[in-house]
Each structure stands twice: as structure tokens, then as C-alpha cells.
Design a binder for this molecule. Structure first.
Ligand code: 0A1
Ligand code: ZN
Length: 862
């Protein structure tokens, strides 16, 4: 079934420069819900106050709604009309009024999962960014903040649990089997933070006492049977609450904090005030069903949503162009939290890997935009890696430039000055400038300019004194042909390879298009460690001396820089090989062997460091991406490392895996390394390996090992592969999150028939377009499988375009998110580029295409 409630609206471009303050504010709002899965009646009473000097009509945004009754100050009212989907109420020269509007909605027909929708028999909401207008007419812009009173009534059997934001202040029952609850949220909030949940849920309860001694009741609500898998999320929540007090001085501000997990959800989770709603994927975890990465995901997302209570809710965004104000800052906060809770270098490696995998390609393609965009057609398309992850890097750079104390002074000033307000990115930067006593005039360009800066480095020597010359360029991006140099912190060090004095870790502030950095005296060319800790989100071009990368991989005192050196060594080898050059694998093999020696101490770091760069990242280094050559050469290098170090890999696997219940960083690291060992051994094609991998699969006492072994087998064509997939399916067919993994490992497969396999999996009885997790587990994994998606006959492109066309009428947000991989056509050969463009055009030719998909597909063709 498709979502008929909202008809396609022709794309209109909204510009940041057009911002005007609201003419009407809504200080108070009372909502009355008569809940039903097919029909929910909504009565809204908005107390409105005019802020415009002269009389102005009241514009209430709607999406697929019909006003059933309109009253003003208690009287039936006729002075209203519809302007497209919106309701315009003429209030004459009134300066304030109570405006009541009744509507009715059908949550079951809401397949977009925006507004109020039904999921598994329960009702829940998703309002960010513009979903509230699918529930009732409202200004629905983040600079209109209201105090909410919510009354909800419904059948007690169908909806035993009734939740909304704030505190439950009254409840009761009717004599017809219904019951009701009244919720009040004392904190004024924008409509995108409104939430309501009604359903049959069970709770894991706990409590947290804040730094001022207030006791907060915590509840994690899930479907019966899932409560045993909420412990990790609860611990993450309590850890987050304590961390935000300790690190940012921020205390929680209600007596209640609820989280509800739902299985149908477009994104990861949502920070609704006092009532976070989560994708089950980021709440439920136990060792039998969740991998260590899943555990980390739960911890990171619980923290992210909790941290939004200050960076997002207490201080919100003035308009959606400011999205990175809350998202970039909150990602930076959750990254810092996870680093504190586990291994900081490993966390940094993971964050940088994600940035390079998701954000760098975005910044280099047709959908590139600054972290504070200048225009959009559909805001849902701007929940991007740029706004989130590059946004976090921008905050991190300010933290680096200021140092911890001054950064904290800046954030204190920001929170104090803007508490209760809808703020801008400019407000944040100004607080950093004043609190941190720094001039960030030039730094503001990070908010304005898209594109990943490139630093071209050269070393020079004059009478034994060495210097580093840096040339900075920022590439042109759509609408921004010319760029100015950015201000950025660059951490460097230089080592004398023969053991002489070195230049220790040094922070340089780059500002110029060209800049010379004195390194001091060295006997010969020093080994340069640059962009340590990834201090700036840039691409570095630097011709290394023979053996320099291998030396740094072994000796650099910054773990991130050691990781980078080994990755660069691998990349150089792979890019040369994919371009058709003869390469020698020995340097990489030796460096991997050397790194493996540290595995006893820090297996997690070693596992990250010896992992080969992804196929996509190798492609990013090439003028024209050659997916087949990349696959071939990467497998060849993997096999070479597998064979040369066969004994080491076997030794890693011969040891006993730590118990799956041991979630210490060391145990997680050991499991990660075992997974890497499986992949290296499997690449060798040695005869007994499938049996060995199958043994790991069968003996596994938890999902980390089980999934790693299954994913490894899924690349091959052994009997063990089919057997393991079957066992896994039979065991977990009733667990949707684990079944997602079953689809995912097959879509990731390096087998040559993966396009066809994915097409067939889409016909599987357990596949459905209604569940975004399932769609992502099959098709999202597939687009990440470079050689399969870019199969030379274009079948992969067709598969994704067919999906977009089928999914768009039902869930435009999720459909539009599948388009960016097709937009990378400029990076591929002419034949592939033409086929990718043709699929984008075929999508655009569909009648009634959503605004989401239209914007992404049309921009992707430019
Ligand atoms: N603010 C949320 C992200 C989010 C955005 C839109 C959504 O609509 C489906 C849902 C969630 C976050 O950053 O976690
Ligand atoms: Zn967020």
C-alpha cells in the first residue's frame, strides 16, 4: 500500500537568506488525541501571540490534513482558507487568540513513517524535521517554541501504555474499556521534539541521581520478550548522564527519561524531549544476537540522543539550515564520550574511516553542500554525513584550536547565553570566540564552503634546516566555483629515522593558501608525521621517501599516525596495482607482520591497522574508478598477506576466543582481530580454510564471531557457505535484527553472482519494503559492495533504480537515501557513467515522484 495522505508538491527551493522571524508565536499548545490504528482524532488548541507589528494572517502548515472544524476563542470560525496543504486563518487585528483545529489521521496508512504512524500494532511519532504538520496544523518551524499539554485516550487492551513528553500528571479510565493519560512538558520546545507512543510495551526501569541530587526515573520500553536485551542501552544512558555532567557541566532537567524502541524507523533514533524514540537496532543487544560493533552502536546512539537534551533541545536551531549546530556538535560529543568509554585511538580510526567512506565522496560529488547549506528543496535530504560528521570535525577543530579549558569556557557561554532559545551556527562560533578568546573570522569559512581541502606538502632543506611547505586548495563544488583558504589546526611531528633528535608533536595553525613551517635541524630528510590524530578533515598529498611509511607505521608515537602510515602504504600499493603497474607486496607484508607483533597489548588497534582499505576508498584515489581491477588487486594483496603470514593468522585463531559476554576493549579487540584473520586466511584459497571458518561459526558463543565467520564464508562457494547460511536463517528467522544480518552478508558478498542473488533475496518471503532496516540491510549493503553495484553490464544500477521507483511512493525519505551512489557517475568510465545517468533519468521520469527523490535525482545528474 502506498501513502496517499500526502500528494506530491512541486519542488520549491528554500533559501537560508530568506529567513524571517515568525509573525506568530505559540507559547502554549494543548493536544487531545483519540487514538486508533486506522483513525486517530486530533484536537489542537494553540494559544497564539502576534509578534508582527501589523495584523497578519496565521499560517499553519499541514501535510495531507483536512480541517474538520476551526474555532477561535471558543467560537466556530469561517475566516480561513487552504493554501495548498496549509491552513491560513485570518484573525483580523487580534494580537492573541486561542485557535482550535480538529483533524483526523490514519496512522496505518502512514507508510512514510513521518508524523503519527503504526508499527507492529503500536502507535508512535516521528516529527523531525517536518512531521508534526502531518499530525495537526501548526507553524511547524523550530523557532516556534511551546509548552505542551497532551491528553491521549484509547482502548486499554490495544494501548495499555500511553507516553508523551515531560511528566504524566493525571490518568484515568472510562467504563467503555478506554483509558487516558495527561502529560505535561514544562520546557518550551519546538514541534519537531513532540512525541507520543501508545502500545503494549514492557519496561526496564532504573534511576539516576543527578549532580544536584535529583532522582530521575529511567525507562526503556520495548515489546514483551525484548526486555532482556536492554541492559546495555540502560548502562549507556546512565554513563552518558554522568559524562555530560562531568565533561560539560550539563544536568538532566526532568524527573523522567523514557526511551521507546520501534522496529519501523527511518533513521537511528530521535531525541524527543524526555521521550526518545529509537530504532530497535540501537537499543536491543545481547551477546547471542548483537556484535561488538552493534554494542558500540547502541552506546554511541543512546549517548547521542541523550546529549541532544542540551545540544538540540535546551538550545535548539533557529531554522533547518542550522541543523549542524545541533548535529555536528552532538556527534562530536558522542564521539568524545565513546572515546572516553573505550579506546580513544581506535574510536578516532573508526570515525575517520566513516568520514572518508561517507562524507568525502559526498563532498566530491554533485550533492556536495556546506555543513550549513544555503538552500534545499526537502530538508530530509540534508541529514547527511556532511552536516553530521564533517560538522563534528569542525567542532573538533575549534576544540583543538582552543584547548580543553577554553573550549569548555566557550561551550559554557554558548549554553548559558542561548538556553531556551533557537540559535544559529553563528551564535555558536561567537560563543567560542568570546569564551575561548580567539578570532574565528577566517574559520567561519568551514560553514560556508563545501569540498574537502587538499594540502600539497613538500619538504625542503637549507643548510641542514628543514622546512615544510603547504599549499592549500579547496576544490570547486556545485554553485561554488572559487574557494578561499581555510583556517585549520595541523598537528605535525618529524623524526630522525636514525635516532637523532625529533620535532615533537606540534600544533600549527594554517591560514594561508601557502605556508612554510620550519621543522628545525635534521641530519637527513626527516620522517614527517602529519595531520596527526586527523586534526583537520583534509586530504594530504605528499611524496614519501622510500621506506618512510613503513618506518612511521612501526615507530610513530601517535597511534593514529601509525595507522595512517600503514593504510597509506597499502593504498599506494593497491592504487599502483589497479592502474596496471607491477607491484611488490613485500613492503606491505612486512609492515603488517611488524604491526601484528603488538597484538598482545592492543589487539583492537592492531586489527584496525592491518585491515586493508575498502574498495571504495581505493577508488577515491584513482582518476577513474576501475571497480574490477580494484577488487582483483585487493584480493591479490589480501591473499599475499594471508599466505605470507599464514602461521600468524592460524595462531590468532588457534587461541580461545574470549567469552562473548566479555565486552572489555581487550576482548572486543581480540574478537576483531580473529575476524580479520579469518578474512586473510579465506583469501588464500587454501583447501582447509572453509572448514576452519565453519568451525569458528559453529563454535561461536556470540554474534561477533558468528557473523564474522558467516560473512567470510559468504564470499566463497563452499558447501560450508550454504550450510552456515541455512543454520543461521533457521536459528534467527524470528529475530528481525539478526535476519537483517543474514540479508546483509549476502549483499556484501564478493561472489560474481551477487547482483542476481540480491534480486532473488528481494523476492524472499522475509524481505519487505515496509521496514527501512530490512531495505538497508539488503540494498544499502549492496550499494556498498563496489564491484557488485558497478557490475559492467549495469544490472546493479538497474536494481537500485527499480528499488527507488518501487519505494518512493511508500517511503520517499528512505527511497531518496538510495540515490547518492548513482550520482557518482563522473568518477567512472564512460560506459558506466552513461548507464548510471540513464537510471537517474528513468527515476525522474516517474509520474508523481516525491520531492525527496526528485531533488536527489535531479541534482545527481548535474
Ligand atoms: N535528530 C535525529 C535524527 C533524525 C532525523 C530525522 C528523523 O526522521 C525520520 C529521525 C531522526 C538524530 O540526530 O539522532
Ligand atoms: Zn542528532
Amino acid at each position: 500500500m502506498t501513502d496517499a495522505s500526502s500528494s506530491p508538491v512541486p519542488p520549491v527551493t528554500i533559501h537560508r537568506s530568506d529567513y524571517r522571524p515568525p509573525e506568530w508565536q505559540v507559547p502554549d499548545i494543548a493536544l487531545d488525541f483519540a487514538l486508533g490504528l486506522d483513525t486517530t482524532r486530533v484536537g489542537a488548541a494553540l494559544s497564539v501571540v502576534r509578534h508582527a507589528d501589523a495584523p497578519a494572517p496565521l499560517t499553519l502548515r499541514g501535510d495531507g490534513l483536512t480541517p474538520l472544524a476551526v474555532r477561535v476563542d471558543g467560537e466556530s470560525w469561517n475566516d480561513w482558507h487552504m493554501a495548498g496543504p496549509d491552513l491560513i486563518v485570518d484573525l483580523g487585528d487580534r494580537a492573541r487568540a486561542i485557535v482550535e483545529v480538529d483533524t483526523a489521521i490514519d496512522p496505518t496508512a502512514n507508510t512514510q513513517l513521518m508524523g503519527l504512524y503504526a508499527s507492529n500494532g503500536m502507535l508512535c511519532t516521528q516529527c523531525e524535521a517536518e512531521g508534526f504538520r502531518r499530525i495537526t496544523f501548526h507553524p511547524d518551524r523550530p523557532d516556534v517554541l511551546s509548552r505542551y499539554k497532551v491528553r491521549m485516550a484509547g482502548d486499554k487492551t490495544a494501548f495499555p501504555i500511553l507516553l508523551s513528553n515531560g511528566n504524566c500528571v493525571a490518568k484515568g479510565a472510562g467504563d467503555d474499556g478506554s483509558h487516558w493519560a495527561l502529560w505535561e512538558d514544562p520546557w518550551p520546545k519546538p514541534s519537531y521534539l513532540f512525541a507520543l507512543v501508545a502500545g503494549d510495551l514492557v519496561v526496564n526501569r532504573d534511576s539516576f541521581t543527578t549532580m544536584s541530587g535529583r532522582k530521575v526515573e529511567l525507562g526503556i520500553w520495548v515489546r514483551a520478550g525484548d526486555e532482556g536485551r536492554t541492559g546495555h542501552a540502560m548502562q549507556a544512558l546512565k554513563d552518558s548522564m554522568a559524562w555530560d555532567e562531568r565533561v560539560y557541566g550539563r544536568e538532566y532537567d526532568l524527573d523522567l527519561f523514557n526511551i521507546v524502541a520501534v522496529s519501523d524507523f527511518n533513521m537511528g533514533a530521535m531525541e524527543n524531549k524526555g521521550l526518545n524514540i529509537f530504532n530497535t537496532r540501537y537499543i536491543l543487544a545481547d551477546p547471542d544476537t548483537a556484535t561488538d560493533l552493534d554494542y558500540d552502536g547502541v552506546q554511541g546512539v543512546v549517548a547521542h540522543e541523550y546529549f541532544h537534551n542540551w545540544s538540540g533541545n535546551r538550545v535548539t536551531c533557529r531554522d533547518w539550515f542550522q541543523l549542524s549546530l545541533k548535529e555536528g556538535f552532538t556527534v562530536y560529543r558522542d564521539q568524545s564520550f565513546s572515546a572516553d568509554m573505550g579506546s580513544a585511538p581506535v574510536k578516532r580510526i573508526e570515525d575517520v574511516r566513516l568520514l572518508r567512506a561517507a562524507q568525502f565522496p559526498e563532498d566530491a560529488g554533485p550533492l556536495a553542500h556546506p555543513i550549513r547549506p544555503d538552500s534545499y528543496q526537502e530538508i530530509s535530504n540534508f541529514y547527511t554525513a556532511t552536516v553530521y560528521n564533517k560538522g563534528a570535525e569542525i567542532i573538533r577543530m575549534m576544540a583543538t584550536l582552543l584547548g580543553p579549558q577554553r573550549f569548555r569556557a566557550g561551550t559554557d557561554l554558548y549554553f548559558d547565553r542561548h538556553d531556551g532559545e533557537a540559535a544559529t551556527c553563528e551564535d555558536f562560533v561567537r560563543a567560542m570566540e568570546e569564551g575561548g578568546a580567539i578570532d574565528l573570522t577566517q574559520f567561519r569559512r568551514w560553514y560556508e564552503q563545501a569540498g574537502t581541502p587538499r594540502l600539497k606538502l613538500t619538504l625542503s632543506e637549507d643548510q641542514g634546516q628543514w622546512a615544510l611547505d603547504v599549499v592549500q586548495t579547496v576544490p570547486p563544488t556545485p554553485g561554488q566555483p572559487e574557494k578561499l583558504p581555510m583556517m585549520m589546526p595541523l598537528r605535525i611531528a618529524a623524526f630522525d629515522r636514525s635516532g637523532g633528535a625529533s620535532l615533537p608533536d606540534t600544533l600549527v595553525t594554517l591560514t594561508g593558501a601557502t605556508q612554510r613551517i620550519a621543522l628545525g635541524a635534521f641530519d637527513g630528510r626527516p620522517a614527517l608525521s602529519v595531520n596527526r590524530g586527523f586534526s583537520a578533515p583534509v586530504i594530504v598529498d605528499f611524496d614519501r621517501a622510500q621506506g618512510e611509511l613503513a618506518w612511521l607505521a612501526a615507530h610513530d608515537d601517535d597511534p593514529f599516525a601509525r595507522y595512517e602510515a600503514l593504510q597509506q602504504l597499502m593504498l599506494d600499493t593497491l592504487v599502483a596495482a589497479a592502474a596496471g603497474n607491477e607491484v611488490d607486496h613485500r613492503a606491505v607484508v612486512d609492515a603488517v607482520a611488524q604491526t601484528l607483533r603488538g597484538r598482545g597489548e592492543d589487539p583492537a588497534f592492531v586489527a584496525e591497522a592491518v585491515l586493508l582499505p575498502s574498495e571504495a576508498f581505493i577508488g577515491d584515489q584513482m582518476l577513474t574508478v576501475d571497480p574490477d581491477a580494484i577488487r582483483r588487486e585487493r584480493l591479490a594483496l589480501q591473499a599475499a598477506i594471508g599466505r605470507a603470514l599464514e602461521e600468524e593468522w592460524r595462531a590468532i585463531l588457534a587461541g580461545k576466543a574470549p567469552p562473548a559476554t566479555d565486552l572489555s576493549p581487550h576482548a572486543k579487540g581480540e574478537r576483531r582481530l580473529r575476524g580479520v584473520a579469518l578474512a586473510y586466511l579465506a583469501a588464500t584459497g587454501i583447501g582447509d580454510i572453509p572448514a576452519l571458518v565453519f568451525g569458528v561459526f559453529s563454535d561461536a558463543d556470540g554474534m561477533t564471531e558468528r557473523q564474522a565467520a558467516l560473512a567470510t564464508l559468504a564470499h566463497g562457494d563452499s558447501d560450508e557457505r550454504a550450510h552456515a547460511l541455512d543454520i543461521f536463517y533457521q536459528r534467527y528467522r524470528d529475530n528481525p535484527l539478526v535476519l537483517d544480518k543474514w540479508f546483509q552478508v549476502q549483499a556484501w558478498s564478493m561472489r560474481p553472482d551477487t547482483v542476481e542473488a540480491v534480486r532473488q533475496l528481494a523476492e524472499h518471503p522475509d524481505f519487505t519494503l515496509s521496514n527501512p532496516n530490512r531495505v538497508r540491510s539488503l540494498y544499502g549493503a549492496f550499494t556498498g559492495n563496489q564491484a557488485a553495484f558497478h557490475q559492467a553490464d549495469g544490472a546493479g544500477y538497474r536494481l537500485i533504480a527499480d528499488l527507488v521507483i518501487a519505494l518512493d511512493p511508500r517511503n520517499p525519505q528512505t527511497a531518496a537515501r538510495m540515490i547518492p551512489p548513482l550520482g557518482r557517475w563522473k568518477r567512472f568510465d564512460e560506459a558506466r557513467a552513461a548507464m548510471m545517468r540513464a537510471e537517474l533519468e528513468r527515476i525522474l521520469a516517474q509520474p508523481g515522484l516525491s520531492r525527496d527523490t526528485t531533488e536527489q535525482a535531479s541534482k545527481s545528474l548535474l
